[in-house]
Write a protein that binds this ligand. Structure first.
Ligand SMILES: Nc1ncnc2c1ncn2[C@@H]1O[C@H](COP(=O)(O)OP(=O)(O)O)[C@@H](O)[C@H]1O
Ligand SMILES: [Mg+2]
Length: 271
């Protein structure tokens, strides 16, 4: 068995009195996509914020390449090669494409005693990296990130992670706000990143998107891992049922029955 790139053992996370994650154990391997599935509020974002140095686990262990890991900040995680694209963009709308590509790693050139941001090199590098992923509509690094479509922004963020040699790429709901065509494009880029040997953690509540890119799947329900399986082990229907959770379905059925009963008693009022 290969050593997992990242390994979580019995991770719990509480915010004050609120327990958000319960006993999560997970393994993430290079060259594989782990899909983290779960309904809104299941704890997906909280879990990946632990991997990206935003939160510390309340208890439990995180290891990278077999050694214990403790991040004090997102910068620590980034320096270890963990690139995260947080939910709702996480980019800088008023920054140029070239500038945003190099945030925290600006290429500089000497002008007398000063080192200044090398705009031309930054723009060319960013545009080239994005084009490598098949996005040819981005041809001017001076354009503002805010003018890009949702899919182009995701592509830019993924290109950045690949360019700077990320080992792990975490994408929090990258396809949630996209149309079908744009989502398909982002999924293709995710496959490309994974093919280059990166470990991808792909968060979604869309089972079809997950099945398109995933090698390995974990389902979170109310902060606990409800299932963990590999590609081909469960059907789309089984995964959808799992995510809905048996209890939830029973509640829904009871509610529908209630509506039906009300409709039967007071037909005029309801129809
Ligand atoms: N900083 C926080 N303080 C308190 N509660 C939080 C915090 N962050 C998340 N939560 C709670 O944790 C639960 C899981 O949230 P989140 O991880 O964002 O879920 P998901 O990404 O799966 O939709 C939610 O009930 C949310 O309100
Ligand atoms: Mg979330």
């Amino acid at each position: 068995m290969p050593v997992p790139l990242l390994k979580l053992t019995n991770v719990n996370k509480s915010f004050g009195p609120i327990d958000v994650l319960h006993g999560i154990s997970l393994e993430i391997f290079a060259g594989e996509t782990l899909c983290l599935l779960g309904d809104n509020g299941a704890g997906k974002s909280t879990l990946i914020k632990i991997l990206s140095g935003v939160h510390k686990p309340t208890t439990g262990a995180v290891e990278m390449d077999g050694a214990p890991l403790a991040f004090d900040s997102p910068r620590d995680a980034a320096e270890r090669g963990i690139a995260t694209v947080h939910q709702f963009g996480g980019t800088f709308p008023l920054m140029s494409i070239g500038r945003s590509f190099f945030v925290g790693a600006e290429p500089t050139r000497r002008v007398g005693p000063l080192r200044v941001f090398d705009r031309k090199t930054a723009n060319e590098t960013a545009v080239r990296a994005v084009r490598k992923l098949g996005i040819t509509r981005i041809d001017d690094g001076d354009r503002l990130v805010g003018g890009l479509s949702g899919g182009e922004r995701q592509a830019l963020a993924i290109a950045r992670a690949v360019h700077f040699g990320a080992k792990v790429l975490i994408l929090d709901e990258p396809t949630a706000a996209l149309g079908v065509k744009e989502a398909a494009h982002v999924l293709r880029i995710v496959l490309q990143a994974r093919q280059s040997g990166i470990a991808v953690v792909f968060i979604t509540h869309n089972v079809v998107h997950a099945l398109t890119v995933g090698d390995h799947f974990a389902v979170l329900i109310r902060g606990a891992k409800a299932a963990d399986f590999r590609k081909g082990e469960k059907s789309r229907e089984e995964i959808t049922d799992l995510m809905a959770g048996g209890e939830h379905m029973a509640e829904l059925e009871a509610e529908i029955e209630g509506f039906n009963a009300a409709a039967g008693q007071a037909p005029e009022a309801v129809r």
